[in-house]
Design a protein around this ligand. Structure first.
Ligand SMILES: [Zn+2]
Ligand SMILES: [Zn+2]
Length: 192
């Protein structure tokens, strides 16, 4: 198990099943050494994952990897190199899978392009916590702020109110434990 990896929670196991894994395949993942979500960073790509679990299709593996590399996978900004097991950016993070049909986008696909298979926005549309602009991609096109996961936008906006520097907000949220997040959420709700 990779350093700092937490074992799969019941929710994460259910998500894996929702992505198409059988219970037996979830067990085989653990046998292969993939014991927590962080271990998918070591696996790296869908083809490797499929080869670790007998009977797992590449499509299912791709859906799992898209989930594992998605929300919570880090702010996308350059690592500060604190050595605290911060977000690790893997090469496969450059691979984009359509949020609607899970189709892998070609190499010349650019942020903002439509899906080559279904023609919808391949990337989720994000809200910038800093300037409220919406758009696809990893970074706000108006102000250059890296997007945070949708469920963290409210928390990030609260950190902005509290005077945290723009570039600090994503990394700070990524480091926050549940008690700190809950306290922050409670403060944010006063502004609703
Ligand atoms: Zn699509
Ligand atoms: Zn912005």
């Amino acid at each position: 198990m990779a350093k700092g990896t937490k074992p799969f929670t019941a929710l994460e196991k259910n998500i894996l099943k929702a992505k198409g894994l059988t219970a037996a395949q979830v067990g085989k993942l653990a046998k292969a050494g993939v014991k927590g979500r962080g271990d998918f960073r070591t696996v790296g790509d869908a083809a490797t994952l499929a080869s670790l679990v007998p009977g797992l299709s590449v499509e299912t593996a791709a859906a799992v990897m898209a989930w594992a590399n998605g929300a919570g996978g880090g702010s996308g900004g350059p690592s500060t190199g604190s050595g605290q097991g911060g977000p690790v950016v893997v090469e496969s993070a450059e691979v984009v899978y359509c949020v609607h049909c899970k189709t892998k986008q070609p190499k010349d696909w650019k942020s903002g392009d439509l899906c080559v298979n279904c023609g919808k926005e391949a990337e989720p549309v994000q809200v910038c916590f800093w300037c409220n602009q919406t758009g696809p991609g990893k970074v706000c096109r108006r102000c250059g702020t890296p997007f945070v996961p949708a469920e963290d936008v409210e928390l990030a906006a609260q950190l902005k109110r509290e005077g945290v520097a723009k570039d600090e907000i994503g990394p700070k949220l990524a480091r926050m434990g549940k008690p700190d997040r809950d306290a922050l959420r409670a403060r944010a709700q006063k502004y609703r």
